[in-house]
Ligand binder design. Structure first.
Ligand SMILES: NC(=O)c1ccc[n+]([C@@H]2O[C@H](COP(=O)([O-])OP(=O)(O)OC[C@H]3O[C@@H](n4cnc5c(N)ncnc54)[C@H](OP(=O)(O)O)[C@@H]3O)[C@@H](O)[C@H]2O)c1
Length: 269
Protein backbone atom coordinates (compact mmCIF):
# COMPACT_ATOMS: atom_id res chain seq x y z
CA UNK A 1 0.00 0.00 0.00
CA UNK A 2 1.25 3.45 -0.88
CA UNK A 3 0.46 5.60 2.16
CA UNK A 4 0.82 8.93 0.33
CA UNK A 5 -2.25 11.07 1.00
CA UNK A 6 -4.16 8.20 2.62
CA UNK A 7 -6.23 8.29 5.81
CA UNK A 8 -5.15 5.97 8.62
CA UNK A 9 -6.87 5.24 11.92
CA UNK A 10 -4.46 4.12 14.65
CA UNK A 11 -5.71 2.78 17.98
CA UNK A 12 -3.50 3.10 21.03
CA UNK A 13 -2.11 6.25 19.46
CA UNK A 14 -1.71 8.22 22.68
CA UNK A 15 1.65 6.63 23.60
CA UNK A 16 4.07 3.78 22.99
CA UNK A 17 4.05 1.84 19.73
CA UNK A 18 0.75 3.31 18.48
CA UNK A 19 2.02 6.85 18.90
CA UNK A 20 5.24 5.94 17.07
CA UNK A 21 3.29 4.34 14.21
CA UNK A 22 1.07 7.42 13.86
CA UNK A 23 4.12 9.71 13.74
CA UNK A 24 5.91 7.47 11.23
CA UNK A 25 2.85 7.30 8.98
CA UNK A 26 2.65 11.09 9.04
CA UNK A 27 6.38 11.32 8.36
CA UNK A 28 6.01 9.02 5.34
CA UNK A 29 3.26 11.11 3.76
CA UNK A 30 -0.10 9.94 5.10
CA UNK A 31 -2.76 12.57 4.42
CA UNK A 32 -4.74 12.25 7.64
CA UNK A 33 -4.27 10.45 10.94
CA UNK A 34 -7.23 9.54 13.15
CA UNK A 35 -5.88 8.92 16.64
CA UNK A 36 -7.78 6.66 19.04
CA UNK A 37 -7.16 6.07 22.77
CA UNK A 38 -8.81 7.07 26.04
CA UNK A 39 -6.55 9.90 27.22
CA UNK A 40 -7.68 13.19 25.60
CA UNK A 41 -4.65 15.20 26.65
CA UNK A 42 -2.10 12.71 25.33
CA UNK A 43 -4.02 12.39 22.07
CA UNK A 44 -3.97 16.18 21.70
CA UNK A 45 -0.20 16.19 22.20
CA UNK A 46 0.34 13.54 19.51
CA UNK A 47 -2.06 15.38 17.19
CA UNK A 48 -0.05 18.58 17.71
CA UNK A 49 3.19 16.76 16.78
CA UNK A 50 1.55 15.46 13.61
CA UNK A 51 0.02 18.82 12.72
CA UNK A 52 3.50 20.36 13.10
CA UNK A 53 4.56 18.11 10.19
CA UNK A 54 1.80 19.63 8.07
CA UNK A 55 -0.40 16.52 8.26
CA UNK A 56 -4.05 16.56 9.32
CA UNK A 57 -4.63 14.87 12.69
CA UNK A 58 -7.98 14.09 14.27
CA UNK A 59 -8.35 12.86 17.85
CA UNK A 60 -11.02 10.31 18.69
CA UNK A 61 -11.04 9.74 22.45
CA UNK A 62 -12.63 6.34 22.95
CA UNK A 63 -12.60 3.35 25.27
CA UNK A 64 -12.44 0.45 22.84
CA UNK A 65 -14.00 -1.91 25.37
CA UNK A 66 -17.21 0.16 25.30
CA UNK A 67 -18.79 -1.54 22.30
CA UNK A 68 -21.85 0.76 21.85
CA UNK A 69 -19.57 3.83 21.99
CA UNK A 70 -17.21 2.27 19.44
CA UNK A 71 -20.13 1.60 17.09
CA UNK A 72 -21.28 5.22 17.22
CA UNK A 73 -17.76 6.65 16.92
CA UNK A 74 -16.82 4.42 13.97
CA UNK A 75 -19.93 5.40 12.03
CA UNK A 76 -19.46 9.11 12.75
CA UNK A 77 -15.75 9.22 11.96
CA UNK A 78 -16.19 7.35 8.69
CA UNK A 79 -19.00 9.68 7.62
CA UNK A 80 -17.13 12.83 8.65
CA UNK A 81 -13.48 12.01 7.92
CA UNK A 82 -13.58 8.84 5.82
CA UNK A 83 -12.91 6.86 3.83
CA UNK A 84 -10.31 5.21 6.06
CA UNK A 85 -7.74 3.34 3.99
CA UNK A 86 -5.60 1.90 6.77
CA UNK A 87 -6.63 0.59 10.19
CA UNK A 88 -3.85 -0.11 12.70
CA UNK A 89 -5.17 -2.00 15.73
CA UNK A 90 -2.47 -1.21 18.27
CA UNK A 91 -4.32 -0.58 21.57
CA UNK A 92 -3.56 -3.34 24.01
CA UNK A 93 -3.02 -4.14 27.64
CA UNK A 94 -0.84 -6.72 29.41
CA UNK A 95 -1.18 -7.95 32.97
CA UNK A 96 1.62 -10.17 34.14
CA UNK A 97 0.78 -12.70 36.80
CA UNK A 98 1.46 -16.28 37.73
CA UNK A 99 -1.52 -18.15 36.27
CA UNK A 100 -2.52 -19.55 39.64
CA UNK A 101 -2.76 -16.03 41.04
CA UNK A 102 -4.55 -14.49 38.08
CA UNK A 103 -7.24 -11.94 38.87
CA UNK A 104 -10.47 -12.19 36.94
CA UNK A 105 -10.95 -8.43 36.30
CA UNK A 106 -7.48 -8.22 34.73
CA UNK A 107 -8.10 -11.32 32.62
CA UNK A 108 -11.39 -9.83 31.45
CA UNK A 109 -9.75 -6.50 30.64
CA UNK A 110 -7.11 -8.17 28.46
CA UNK A 111 -9.74 -10.15 26.58
CA UNK A 112 -12.09 -7.15 26.32
CA UNK A 113 -9.47 -4.85 24.79
CA UNK A 114 -6.92 -7.03 23.01
CA UNK A 115 -9.52 -9.32 21.48
CA UNK A 116 -13.05 -7.92 21.58
CA UNK A 117 -11.96 -4.28 21.17
CA UNK A 118 -9.89 -5.18 18.14
CA UNK A 119 -12.64 -7.41 16.78
CA UNK A 120 -15.31 -4.71 17.15
CA UNK A 121 -13.56 -1.81 15.46
CA UNK A 122 -12.23 -4.11 12.73
CA UNK A 123 -15.71 -5.44 12.03
CA UNK A 124 -17.15 -1.94 11.80
CA UNK A 125 -14.44 -0.51 9.54
CA UNK A 126 -13.86 -3.61 7.39
CA UNK A 127 -17.52 -3.61 6.35
CA UNK A 128 -17.11 -0.04 5.12
CA UNK A 129 -13.77 -0.81 3.44
CA UNK A 130 -15.38 -3.82 1.74
CA UNK A 131 -18.06 -1.59 0.19
CA UNK A 132 -15.28 0.49 -1.39
CA UNK A 133 -13.21 -2.62 -2.23
CA UNK A 134 -10.13 -1.06 -0.74
CA UNK A 135 -8.37 -1.34 2.61
CA UNK A 136 -5.44 -2.41 4.71
CA UNK A 137 -5.65 -3.71 8.28
CA UNK A 138 -2.74 -4.22 10.67
CA UNK A 139 -3.33 -6.15 13.88
CA UNK A 140 -0.60 -5.56 16.44
CA UNK A 141 -0.07 -8.96 18.02
CA UNK A 142 3.27 -9.78 19.65
CA UNK A 143 6.10 -12.27 19.57
CA UNK A 144 4.05 -13.69 22.46
CA UNK A 145 1.42 -14.46 19.81
CA UNK A 146 3.85 -17.01 18.34
CA UNK A 147 5.86 -18.07 21.39
CA UNK A 148 3.82 -18.35 24.57
CA UNK A 149 5.32 -17.01 27.74
CA UNK A 150 4.94 -18.10 31.38
CA UNK A 151 3.30 -15.45 33.61
CA UNK A 152 1.60 -13.99 30.52
CA UNK A 153 -1.06 -16.67 29.90
CA UNK A 154 -4.04 -14.47 29.06
CA UNK A 155 -1.94 -11.92 27.18
CA UNK A 156 -0.34 -14.71 25.12
CA UNK A 157 -3.78 -16.24 24.50
CA UNK A 158 -5.14 -12.93 23.17
CA UNK A 159 -2.07 -12.37 21.00
CA UNK A 160 -2.22 -15.93 19.57
CA UNK A 161 -5.90 -15.26 18.90
CA UNK A 162 -5.02 -12.08 16.99
CA UNK A 163 -2.70 -14.09 14.72
CA UNK A 164 -5.52 -16.56 14.03
CA UNK A 165 -7.97 -13.69 13.51
CA UNK A 166 -5.55 -12.11 11.04
CA UNK A 167 -5.11 -15.30 9.01
CA UNK A 168 -8.85 -15.94 8.89
CA UNK A 169 -9.59 -12.38 7.74
CA UNK A 170 -6.88 -12.55 5.07
CA UNK A 171 -8.74 -15.43 3.45
CA UNK A 172 -12.12 -13.71 3.62
CA UNK A 173 -11.29 -10.09 2.91
CA UNK A 174 -8.89 -10.61 0.00
CA UNK A 175 -11.99 -10.86 -2.23
CA UNK A 176 -12.75 -7.25 -1.26
CA UNK A 177 -9.21 -6.06 -1.91
CA UNK A 178 -8.52 -5.70 1.81
CA UNK A 179 -5.13 -6.92 2.99
CA UNK A 180 -4.72 -8.00 6.59
CA UNK A 181 -1.39 -8.41 8.39
CA UNK A 182 -0.25 -9.17 11.93
CA UNK A 183 2.63 -7.13 13.35
CA UNK A 184 4.66 -9.07 15.92
CA UNK A 185 6.93 -6.82 17.94
CA UNK A 186 9.16 -8.29 20.61
CA UNK A 187 9.94 -6.42 23.85
CA UNK A 188 9.63 -2.68 23.17
CA UNK A 189 10.47 0.18 25.54
CA UNK A 190 7.02 1.53 26.40
CA UNK A 191 4.86 2.01 29.50
CA UNK A 192 3.62 -1.54 29.00
CA UNK A 193 7.14 -2.99 29.09
CA UNK A 194 8.11 -0.89 32.10
CA UNK A 195 5.33 -2.52 34.09
CA UNK A 196 6.50 -6.06 33.29
CA UNK A 197 9.02 -8.27 35.02
CA UNK A 198 11.56 -8.83 32.24
CA UNK A 199 12.52 -12.09 30.58
CA UNK A 200 16.30 -12.44 30.81
CA UNK A 201 18.41 -12.07 27.66
CA UNK A 202 15.69 -10.26 25.73
CA UNK A 203 17.03 -7.04 24.22
CA UNK A 204 14.32 -4.37 23.99
CA UNK A 205 13.75 -2.32 20.88
CA UNK A 206 12.31 1.20 20.55
CA UNK A 207 8.74 2.09 19.52
CA UNK A 208 10.18 4.16 16.64
CA UNK A 209 12.07 1.11 15.32
CA UNK A 210 8.88 -0.98 15.39
CA UNK A 211 7.01 1.77 13.56
CA UNK A 212 9.70 2.03 10.88
CA UNK A 213 9.57 -1.74 10.24
CA UNK A 214 5.80 -1.63 9.94
CA UNK A 215 5.56 1.35 7.63
CA UNK A 216 8.40 0.04 5.43
CA UNK A 217 6.48 -3.25 5.10
CA UNK A 218 3.13 -1.75 4.14
CA UNK A 219 3.60 -2.43 0.44
CA UNK A 220 4.40 -6.10 1.08
CA UNK A 221 1.65 -8.67 1.19
CA UNK A 222 3.07 -10.80 4.00
CA UNK A 223 0.68 -12.24 6.60
CA UNK A 224 3.03 -11.51 9.47
CA UNK A 225 5.72 -8.93 10.14
CA UNK A 226 8.31 -9.90 12.74
CA UNK A 227 10.43 -7.18 14.30
CA UNK A 228 14.09 -7.80 15.11
CA UNK A 229 16.50 -10.72 14.87
CA UNK A 230 15.52 -12.15 18.25
CA UNK A 231 11.96 -12.60 17.01
CA UNK A 232 13.07 -14.29 13.80
CA UNK A 233 15.32 -16.61 15.80
CA UNK A 234 12.58 -17.44 18.35
CA UNK A 235 10.00 -18.22 15.66
CA UNK A 236 12.48 -20.32 13.67
CA UNK A 237 13.39 -22.20 16.84
CA UNK A 238 9.68 -22.78 17.64
CA UNK A 239 9.35 -24.48 14.25
CA UNK A 240 12.47 -26.61 14.15
CA UNK A 241 13.31 -27.19 17.81
CA UNK A 242 10.23 -26.43 19.96
CA UNK A 243 11.52 -28.47 22.91
CA UNK A 244 14.74 -26.48 23.10
CA UNK A 245 12.83 -23.20 22.87
CA UNK A 246 10.52 -24.28 25.67
CA UNK A 247 13.52 -24.97 27.91
CA UNK A 248 15.06 -21.59 27.03
CA UNK A 249 11.80 -19.79 27.82
CA UNK A 250 11.53 -21.55 31.17
CA UNK A 251 15.10 -20.60 32.01
CA UNK A 252 14.65 -16.94 31.08
CA UNK A 253 11.11 -16.32 32.36
CA UNK A 254 10.50 -14.30 35.52
CA UNK A 255 10.17 -16.55 38.53
CA UNK A 256 6.48 -17.36 38.82
CA UNK A 257 7.61 -20.03 41.26
CA UNK A 258 7.55 -17.35 43.94
CA UNK A 259 3.78 -17.79 43.99
CA UNK A 260 2.25 -19.35 47.14
CA UNK A 261 -0.64 -21.71 46.45
CA UNK A 262 -2.23 -20.95 49.81
CA UNK A 263 -2.59 -17.28 48.88
CA UNK A 264 -5.03 -17.92 46.02
CA UNK A 265 -8.07 -16.15 47.42
CA UNK A 266 -11.70 -15.64 46.64
CA UNK A 267 -11.06 -12.51 44.58
CA UNK A 268 -8.83 -14.54 42.28
CA UNK A 269 -9.70 -17.21 39.78
N1 LIG B 1 5.75 -2.97 24.60
C1 LIG B 1 6.02 -4.20 24.22
O1 LIG B 1 7.02 -4.81 24.65
C2 LIG B 1 5.13 -4.88 23.21
C3 LIG B 1 5.63 -6.02 22.57
C4 LIG B 1 4.83 -6.68 21.64
C5 LIG B 1 3.57 -6.20 21.36
N2 LIG B 1 3.11 -5.10 21.98
C6 LIG B 1 1.76 -4.64 21.64
O2 LIG B 1 1.84 -3.35 21.10
C7 LIG B 1 0.63 -2.64 21.37
C8 LIG B 1 0.97 -1.31 21.98
O3 LIG B 1 1.66 -1.57 23.20
P1 LIG B 1 2.56 -0.49 23.93
O4 LIG B 1 3.73 -1.21 24.44
O5 LIG B 1 2.71 0.70 23.08
O6 LIG B 1 1.61 -0.21 25.19
P2 LIG B 1 1.34 1.14 26.01
O7 LIG B 1 2.49 2.02 25.97
O8 LIG B 1 0.81 0.65 27.33
O9 LIG B 1 0.15 1.80 25.16
C9 LIG B 1 -1.10 1.19 25.10
C10 LIG B 1 -2.02 2.04 24.25
O10 LIG B 1 -3.33 1.46 24.25
C11 LIG B 1 -4.28 2.47 24.66
N3 LIG B 1 -5.37 1.85 25.38
C12 LIG B 1 -5.29 1.12 26.52
N4 LIG B 1 -6.50 0.74 26.91
C13 LIG B 1 -7.39 1.26 26.01
C14 LIG B 1 -8.81 1.20 25.87
N5 LIG B 1 -9.57 0.54 26.74
N6 LIG B 1 -9.38 1.85 24.83
C15 LIG B 1 -8.61 2.53 23.94
N7 LIG B 1 -7.26 2.59 23.99
C16 LIG B 1 -6.67 1.96 25.03
C17 LIG B 1 -3.46 3.40 25.55
O11 LIG B 1 -4.00 4.71 25.59
P3 LIG B 1 -4.90 5.28 26.77
O12 LIG B 1 -4.35 4.81 28.06
O13 LIG B 1 -4.85 6.74 26.55
O14 LIG B 1 -6.27 4.72 26.50
C18 LIG B 1 -2.14 3.46 24.79
O15 LIG B 1 -2.23 4.35 23.72
C19 LIG B 1 -0.21 -3.55 22.28
O16 LIG B 1 -1.17 -4.20 21.52
C20 LIG B 1 0.82 -4.52 22.81
O17 LIG B 1 0.24 -5.75 23.16
C21 LIG B 1 3.85 -4.42 22.90
Amino acid sequence: MNIQGKTALVTGASRGIGRAIALELAHQGAGCLILVARNHQRLDEVAAEIAAMGVRAITLPLDLTDIPAVRIAAAQVWQRDGPIHLLVNCAGVAHQSPFLKARLPQVQQEIALNLMGTYTITHLLARRMARRREGRIINVSSLMGKVAAPTMATYSATKFALVGFTHALRGELADYNIQVTALLPSLTETDMAHNLERFRWVIPTSPAAVARVLVASLDKESAEILVGWQSHLAVLCSRIAPGILERIIRATAPKAQALRFSSVGASQI
